[in-house]
Design a binder for this molecule. Structure first.
Ligand SMILES: *[C@@H]1O[C@H](CO)[C@@H](O)[C@H](O)[C@H]1NC(C)=O
Ligand SMILES: *[C@@H]1O[C@H](CO)[C@@H](O)[C@H](O)[C@H]1NC(C)=O
Ligand SMILES: *[C@@H]1O[C@H](CO)[C@@H](O)[C@H](O)[C@H]1NC(C)=O
Ligand SMILES: *[C@@H]1O[C@H](CO)[C@@H](O)[C@H](O)[C@H]1NC(C)=O
Ligand SMILES: *[C@@H]1O[C@H](CO)[C@@H](O)[C@H](O)[C@H]1NC(C)=O
Ligand SMILES: *[C@@H]1O[C@H](CO)[C@@H](O)[C@H](O)[C@H]1NC(C)=O
Ligand SMILES: *[C@@H]1O[C@H](CO)[C@@H](O)[C@H](O)[C@H]1NC(C)=O
Ligand SMILES: *[C@@H]1O[C@H](CO)[C@@H](O)[C@H](O)[C@H]1NC(C)=O
Ligand SMILES: *[C@@H]1O[C@H](CO)[C@@H](O)[C@H](O)[C@H]1NC(C)=O
Ligand SMILES: *[C@@H]1O[C@H](CO)[C@@H](O)[C@H](O)[C@H]1NC(C)=O
Ligand SMILES: *[C@@H]1O[C@H](CO)[C@@H](O)[C@H](O)[C@H]1NC(C)=O
Ligand SMILES: *[C@@H]1O[C@H](CO)[C@@H](O)[C@H](O)[C@H]1NC(C)=O
Length: 463
C-alpha cells in the first residue's frame, strides 16, 4: 500500500496563477510506511495504571552523560530494550549531536513514568542539562517519545530533525517538569494513539517550533498538546483523528503563519480535566484551520474559561457549519468523545471569549447547558452566522466595532449582551432574520427595549 500524503493549502496559493493547483506535502510516513507498523499502532495506551507521582525508575540508556560535555557526530545510536532510552543527557550535561541517526525499539511499561519523566523516550534530557540536535533522524517503535526534556533549566535545541514513531504515547518533541524545547526545521509523523507531534506535560513543558511539517494519524494525537506553552510558527499540520490543539487547564497556544487540519472532535479543544479553571488561550495569527468532520466546530471549549484570538486567519468549517461550541463537558483519557456528568461530576459550563480581528468567519456559535460565548468582532472583521442553544440555557454576547459587520443566517437566541459601534445597526445584513436581545440584561440597557429594523427585512427585537 502506498503511503497517503496529505494535501495542504497555503496562503501562497492565493497568489498562484493556477487557482486549481494543490501542493502535496510529504512527511516521514512517505518514507516508512505506517502499514508496516499497523500492529504497533493498534496498541492502545494503557492509562488504567495507578498514578505514581514520583520517579520510580532511573532513566538509563547505552549512551548516558551525567554532568558531562560531549559532541557526537555521524553516529548511529540504537537500543532495543523496554523502559530504556538510547541517549540520556542528565545532571548538568551539555551535549551536541549532529548528522546522526537514533533508533529505538522497546515498550513502555508505565504511562505515568513515560509522561512525567520521559521513561523509555529515545532521547532523554534532564536535570538542568542542555542538548543540541542538528541533522538528526530519530525513529522509535513500540511506543516511545522521540525526545523528552525534563526539569527547570533543561533545554533542547533542535535544528533539522526527521522524527518518526509507531506505537502508543510516542510524542515527537515532548517536555515536562518545566523543560523547554526550541526547534526549527522539523518533520514529524506518528501513527499511534496519544502521540502528539509536540507536547507538554506535568506541570508544564514549553515548546517553541518554527518551520515544521507534522502529521499524526492516531486518536488523541494532536499537532500540539498544550500543557505549558505551544508556540508554533510556520507549521503545516494534519491531525487525522484529533484536533490540532488539545489544551488541558490554563495553558497557552499560539499558531502563527500555520496551516492546520483537524479530523476528530474539533479544530481546537480547550478543556479542564479537573475542576474549571480560568485563563486558557489559543491564538491563530495569519493562519488557517480546517475541520473535516460533519459535526466538528472550529473552536471547542468545555469546563474552562478561555479566550480565542483569531487574527487575520481563516477557519474552514464548511463540513459542519459550526464555528464554535461552549459546553458543560470535557474530554476523557479516551480522547475520542465529549464527556458528560457520568465521566466527571465536577463539570461547569464553559465561558468562551472569541476576539476576531481582520478576519472573515462563518458558522454557528452553539452553547450548551449554561455555557456562554462572547464574540467580539473588531478591525474589519466579518461574520456570517447566528447563535444557537445546543441544550438548555445558552448565553451569548455579540459585539461589533464600526469597521466590522454581521450577516445573519438564522434567528438568534436571546442575546445577553449586544453592542454595536453603529447604533443604527447598518452593519448588519439580516436576510430576513431577527436578532433577539434580552432587554432586562444590564449589558443591553443602551437599547432601552427598542426595536430597530435591519437591512434585508429582519429586526432587532427585545424579548
Ligand atoms: C543524576 O544524579 C542523581 C543524583 O546523584 C542520580 O541518582 C542519577 O542516577 C543521575 N543521573 C544519571 C543519568 O546519571
Ligand atoms: C564540542 O564542540 C564545540 C564546538 O566545536 C567545542 O567548542 C567543544 O569544546 C566541544 N566539546 C567537547 C566536550 O569536545
Ligand atoms: C517488553 O514489553 C513487552 C510488552 O509489554 C513484553 O511483551 C516483553 O516481554 C517485555 N520484554 C522484557 C524483556 O521484559
Ligand atoms: C531515518 O532512520 C530510519 C531508521 O533507520 C530509516 O528507516 C529512515 O529511512 C531514515 N529517514 C531518512 C529520511 O533517511
Ligand atoms: C517546575 O516549576 C515549579 C514552579 O516553579 C517548581 O515548583 C517545580 O519544582 C519545577 N519542577 C521541576 C521538575 O523542575
Ligand atoms: C514564539 O516563538 C517566536 C520565535 O519563533 C518568538 O519570537 C516568540 O517570542 C515566542 N513567543 C513566546 C510567547 O514565547
Ligand atoms: C474547506 O475544506 C473542505 C473540506 O472540508 C475542502 O473541500 C474545501 O476545498 C476547503 N475550502 C477552502 C476554501 O479551502
Ligand atoms: C474586543 O476586542 C478588542 C480588540 O482586540 C479588545 O480591545 C477588547 O477588549 C475586546 N472586548 C472584549 C469584551 O473582550
Ligand atoms: C424568526 O423570528 C421572527 C420573529 O420572532 C419570527 O416571526 C420568524 O418566524 C422566525 N423565523 C424562523 C425561521 O424561525
Ligand atoms: C461587510 O464587510 C465586508 C468586508 O469589508 C464587505 O465586503 C461587505 O459588503 C460588508 N457587508 C455589510 C453587510 O456591510
Ligand atoms: C435576561 O437577563 C436577566 C438578567 O440578567 C436574566 O435574569 C434572564 O434569565 C435573562 N433571560 C434570558 C431569556 O436569558
Ligand atoms: C458586554 O460586551 C462588551 C463588549 O464586548 C463588554 O465590554 C462588556 O463588559 C459586556 N458587558 C457585560 C455585562 O458582560
Amino acid at each position: 500500500m502506498s503511503p497517503s500524503p496529505f494535501v495542504a493549502w497555503t496562503s501562497l496559493l492565493a497568489l498562484w496563477p493556477l487557482a486549481q493547483a494543490t501542493f502535496t506535502i510529504t512527511d516521514p510516513s512517505d518514507v516508512i510506511n505506517p502499514a508496516d507498523w499497523a500492529a504497533d499502532n493498534a496498541i492502545l495506551a494503557d492509562y488504567n495504571v495507578t498514578p505514581i507521582l514520583y520517579q520510580t525508575d532511573t532513566i538509563v540508556g547505552p549512551y548516558t552523560y551525567n554532568g558531562q560535555a560531549a559532541n557526537i557526530s555521524h553516529a548511529t545510536l540504537t537500543v532495543s530494550k523496554n523502559d530504556t532510552s538510547v541517549l540520556v543527557v542528565s545532571n548538568g550535561s551539555d551535549v551536541s549531536v549532529e548528522y546522526s541517526t537514533i533508533v529505538k525499539y522497546g515498550y513502555s511499561s508505565n504511562l505515568f513514568q513515560a509522561s512525567f519523566y520521559g521513561l523509555n523516550a529515545a532521547v532523554n534530557v534532564a536535570n538542568g542539562s542542555t542538548l543540541s540536535l542538528s541533522n538528526v533522524n530519530i525513529t522509535t517503535h513500540h511506543g516511545a517519545a522521540n525526545l523528552y526534556t525534563y526539569g527547570s533549566g533543561s533545554t533542547t535545541y533542535v535544528d533539522n530533525a526527521w522524527l518518526y514513531s509507531s506505537g502508543p504515547t510516542s510524542h515527537g518533541l515532548y517536555a515536562g517538569g518545566n523543560g523547554t524545547v526550541h526547534a526549527q526545521n522539523v518533520v514529524h509523523y506518528s501513527g499511534g494513539n496519544r502521540c502528539s507531534s509536540f507536547s507538554g506535560d506535568n506541570p508544564a513543558g514549553y515548546i517553541h517550533v518554527q518551520n515544521a511539517v507534522a502529521h499524526t494519524d492516531g486518536v488523541g494525537s494532536a499537532i500540539c498538546y498544550a500543557l505549558g506553552l505551544c508556540n508554533m510558527t510556520n507549521v503545516i499540520g494534519h491531525a487525522s483523528h484529533a484536533p490540532v490543539t488539545f489544551s488541558d487547564g490554563v495553558q497557552t497556544t499560539i499558531w502563527t503563519n500555520s496551516d492546520l487540519t483537524a479530523g476528530l472532535l474539533g479544530g481546537v479543544v480547550l478543556f479542564s480535566s479537573a475542576t474549571i479553571e480560568s485563563g486558557a488561550s489559543v491564538t491563530f495569527d495569519n493562519s488557517k484551520l480546517t475541520v473535516l468532520g460533519k459535526t466538528m466546530p472550529g473552536l471547542w471549549f468545555g469546563n474552562i474559561i478561555a479566550n480565542a484570538n483569531i487574527i487575520s486567519s481563516q477557519i474552514n468549517n464548511t463540513a459542519s457549519g459550526i464555528l464554535a461550541v461552549a459546553n458543560y463537558s470535557q474530554v476523557t483519557q479516551d480522547f475520542d468523545y465529549y464527556a458528560g456528568y457520568v465521566d466527571n461530576n465536577d463539570l461547569s459550563p464553559a465561558e468562551a471569549t472569541i476576539n476576531v480581528q481582520e478576519s472573515t468567519l462563518s458558522g454557528l456559535l452553539v452553547a450548551y447547558n449554561g455555557s456562554s460565548i462572547n464574540f467580539n468582532l473588531t478591525q474589519y472583521s466579518t461574520w456570517k452566522g447566528s447563535t444557537q442553544s445546543g441544550f438548555g440555557a445558552a448565553y451569548f454576547g455579540v459585539s461589533l466595532d464600526a469597521t466590522s459587520n454581521w450577516t445573519l443566517t438564522a434567528n438568534t437566541t436571546t442575546l445577553q449582551n449586544f453592542t454595536d459601534a453603529d447604533s443604527t445597526l447598518s452593519n448588519i445584513a439580516s436576510n430576513g432574520f431577527y436578532i433577539r436581545y434580552n432587554s432586562t440584561s444590564s449589558a443591553n440597557k443602551q437599547w432601552a427595549g427598542k426595536t430597530i429594523s435591519l437591512q434585508g427585512g429582519g429586526s432587532f427585537i427585545p424579548i
